[in-house]
Design a binder for this molecule. Structure first.
Ligand code: IMP
Length: 186
């Protein structure tokens, strides 16, 4: 990774420009955490975190919510580049005992085409949670190809590839505290 005076960064051969600052993100995550506490504060929810991209968001969201439930992880097959492959496989499954009979907070980094959630939600429902609250940090409404019942959205954004705050471009950029957008004009 290389950075430039404008704040732009270069990952592999692509340029990205600053999009959401660390402060923007942290403020919104605090709001989302408060909303979750208001909705689920009486219970003991299980957080189901979509790997790999949602791990940073989930770590902040769990703490912002103040909710003391368990955490488990799901991994589905992901993109090879910047385009959705449109096929989803379950690589890591959540523990059934953390789902059955629990309120589940499903934590996703980004809903793009919606195909990942369309494939995964029926698998989760089959494990018989009491309820599912789907929280996504980012949503690309113009890219969505299928209906997804999203309960809470951090930011609705244009259909451009983004990196940072857990999201990567071919393995780079997850560590960045801010979010950057693909800059095709540069
Ligand atoms: P969907 O199945 O198209 O909704 O995409 C969901 C997954 O694709 C996310 O969990 C991300 O891992 C990945 N993804 C989609 N858009 C982006 C992006 O702009 N940057 C990084 N990863 C993305």
């Amino acid at each position: 990774m290389s950075s430039q005076p404008s704040g732009r960064i270069r990952l592999h051969s692509l340029n990205f420009r600053p999009f959401l600052t660390e402060e923007n993100i942290q403020e919104r995550v605090r709001e989302l955490g408060n909303t979750l506490r208001e909705r689920l504060g009486e219970g003991n929810p299980s957080f189901v975190v979509m790997l790999k991209g949602a791990f940073v968001f989930a770590a902040d969201l769990v703490r912002a919510s103040g909710l003391g439930g368990e955490v488990c992880f799901v991994r589905t097959s992901s993109y090879a580049g910047t385009e959705s492959a449109g096929r989803v496989k379950l690589l890591v499954a959540p523990e059934p005992e953390l789902i059955r009979g629990h309120d589940v907070v499903l934590v996703e980094d980004i809903v793009d085409s919606g195909l990942t959630m369309q494939a995964f939600l029926p698998m989760l429902e089959a494990m018989e949670p009491s309820s599912i609250t789907l929280v996504t940090l980012l949503h690309k409404p113009e890219a969505q190809r299928v209906e997804v019942p999203i309960d809470l959205i951090g930011f609705s954004i244009p259909s451009k590839f983004v990196v940072g705050y857990g999201l990567d471009y071919d393995g780079l950029g997850r560590h960045l505290p801010a979010i950057y957008q693909l800059d095709e004009e540069y």
